[in-house]
Design a protein around this ligand. Sequence first.
Ligand SMILES: *[C@@H]1O[C@H](CO)[C@@H](O)[C@H](O)[C@H]1NC(C)=O
Ligand SMILES: *[C@@H]1O[C@H](CO)[C@@H](O)[C@H](O)[C@H]1NC(C)=O
Ligand SMILES: *[C@@H]1O[C@H](CO)[C@@H](O)[C@H](O)[C@H]1NC(C)=O
Ligand SMILES: *[C@@H]1O[C@H](CO)[C@@H](O)[C@H](O)[C@H]1NC(C)=O
Length: 310
Amino acid sequence: MKLNPQFSLFLSLFLIVLSTPLCDSQPPESSPTLARELDAVLQDYAFRAFVHPKTGITYDGSVPSNLTGIQIAALRLRSGSFRKRGVTRYKEFQVPPGVIIQPYVERIVLVYHNLGNWSSFYYPLPGFTYLAPVLGLLAYDASNLSATDVPELDFVASDSPLLIKFTNLSPVSGAVMAQCVWFDLDGVPEFRDLVSRNTCSTYRRGHFSIVVNSTEILSPPGPGVFPSEHKKSSRVWKIVGGVIGGFVVLVLVALLVVWISRCKRSRKVAEMERRAEVGEALQMARVGDTQAPVALGIRTQPRLEDEYVA
Ligand SMILES: *[C@@H]1O[C@H](CO)[C@@H](O)[C@H](O)[C@H]1NC(C)=O
Ligand SMILES: *[C@@H]1O[C@H](CO)[C@@H](O)[C@H](O)[C@H]1NC(C)=O
Ligand SMILES: *[C@@H]1O[C@H](CO)[C@@H](O)[C@H](O)[C@H]1NC(C)=O
Ligand SMILES: *[C@@H]1O[C@H](CO)[C@@H](O)[C@H](O)[C@H]1NC(C)=O
């Protein structure tokens, strides 16, 4: 089928409109950046906890006053012994033997974060409720303990995973499905099953917590439980957006239908005109002595049989 360019343009515009999401419910783009800025600040403050650091001893750090509520710690280790023995207990983390640091450095610092009441500020997760604070475990090169903006080292558990045993989970009523959530440095959440009631596992660095679907603990909404103004207005905007979007699609569909039917009609008219012309020509055609009605589309002139005889 050959489409005229106007129609093709219209069709592609129509498809683009159809495939564009009407309302965007993604969290704001700035949140991973905020979390990454926090990682850098906490690296700096965790390293400051080392005054005369001993290898293998956990040092609790202190955070600037505008981050009160966050706990940090730092632990310096030789890469070789870290890989061979792991770390039996580092706050909530248990690191098994066989964890490989990439790229290789001689000594590492394991920095621990407990984001406390800042968890959902730095790792917002719409639709979910945190049952535990977000905990982080990141590795850095220990070669310069006064350095800032140190890049994180990657690590991967080659044998069994690291375990994270959360303490003091928020109690929730009813049977709700809790899940582990893992954020890599890009801030994108991934959900996993719990290992046990309060334990998550990981093969990689990052930030971890336990969450439940908010709708499961909020329902049924009792009297006096109203969504916040912000939520209410965002819901209103979603509805308004949906209505406007739906209307636009409706108008486009209507336009498309009108266009197609007009296109068909004009094609039909053209066809009728063509037929009319051909019909007139046929009426003129004489076959022998008789004027024969001739069907459209027959190219060869009809002849009477006796012409052959004659
Ligand atoms: C905390 O204060 C420091 C200055 O002391 C500032 O640079 C930083 O942006 C503040 N952080 C937050 C999360 O407000
Ligand atoms: C967390 O709690 C501390 C006090 O313990 C408070 O200063 C801080 O503002 C709180 N942070 C948030 C995000 O509410
Ligand atoms: C939460 O659960 C409800 C119903 O079980 C489901 O419709 C909704 O998509 C879930 N929310 C998330 C964020 O997974
Ligand atoms: C460690 O880092 C600090 C801050 O970036 C820098 O001033 C210092 O020269 C570095 N020391 C070494 C030994 O590289």
